[in-house]
Design a protein around this ligand. Structure first.
Ligand code: KIV
Length: 262
């Protein structure tokens, strides 16, 4: 039987050079499949705003929605670490909000850790949450909750600032950091410079692990796919085919057949 992934297992993986595989999930069936497939971390990302709710940005996602999805995912997972993603405005306004909302992910939703976006500017919040015994994963580079400040979803190239952000979040007590939308050579330097594992998305091959949004990987996404995504399955195509066939068979009276009747 596979053992439960803990902070210690993640640090050991970095030490040994074993790559960490991370996926997002938002519901019971996919969380079960990801866990049974041997994924190390399941992130209940606020990307659910885009891929589940059909929003243009992650900004409208609420704490209660995140708790709802994280609770469902935690119920399914036996092996992976479950990380709950702190939505916009759940941590920025005060340390008190940040600790309280982070704590809700562990207390009400069964997560083992939380993630929040930002570097040096949120290091005080990371320290406070982590001091409250809540493991925190940081997220630097292209941070989707700052889309308006960044002027769009743009690759971040300011090496000094990115390095400073990475060092500050590590010093504040983050157990890991997501590097998003960062040129591969800068991500490598950050990864080599940190003791904590880096998890890349659009950040090249040298991070300690990789994360993808489940719907992108499985071909379930209705939006334009960014360059960094690799699609490993075409479930969307299969679903459409199945639905069309069902409609056709209902209309022709082929379904239900005798086999489907009592
Ligand atoms: O919300 C999310 O899914 C994320 C990952 C893409 C890192 O933040």
């Amino acid at each position: 039987m596979k053992s439960q992934i803990t902070l210690t297992s993640l640090y050991k993986m970095k030490e040994k050079g074993e790559k960490i595989a991370v996926l997002t999930a938002y519901d019971y069936p996919f969380a079960t499949m990801a866990d049974e497939s041997g994924i190390h971390i399941i992130l209940v990302g606020d990307s659910l705003g885009n891929v589940v709710q059909g929003q243009k940005t992650t900004l409208p996602v609420t704490m209660d929605e995140m708790i709802y999805h994280t609770r469902i995912v935690s119920r399914a997972v036996k092996h992976a670490m479950v990380i709950g993603d702190m939505p916009f405005l759940s941590y920025q306004a005060s340390i008190k909000d940040a600790i309280y909302n982070a704590g809700r992910f562990l207390k009400e939703a069964g997560a083992g850790a939380v993630k929040l976006e930002g570097g040096a500017s949120v290091s005080e919040l990371i320290k406070a949450i982590s001091d409250a015994s809540i493991p925190v994963q940081a997220h630097i580079g292209l941070t989707p909750q700052s889309v308006h400040k960044m002027g769009g979803f743009k690759v971040q190239r300011d090496e000094d600032r990115l390095m400073e952000d990475a060092i500050k979040v590590e010093e504040a007590g983050a157990f890991s950091v997501v590097l998003e939308g960062i040129p591969a050579d800068i991500s490598k330097k950050i990864t080599d410079n940190l003791k904590i594992p880096t998890i890349g998305i659009g950040a090249g091959p040298d991070c300690d692990g990789q994360v993808l949004v489940l719907h992108d990987l499985l071909g379930l996404n209705l939006r334009h796919l960014p360059k960094f995504v690799k699609q490993y399955a075409s479930l969307g195509e299969d679903a459409r085919k199945g639905m069309k066939k069902y409609i056709e068979e209902v209309q022709k009276g082929v379904f239900p057949s005798k086999d489907h009747c009592y």
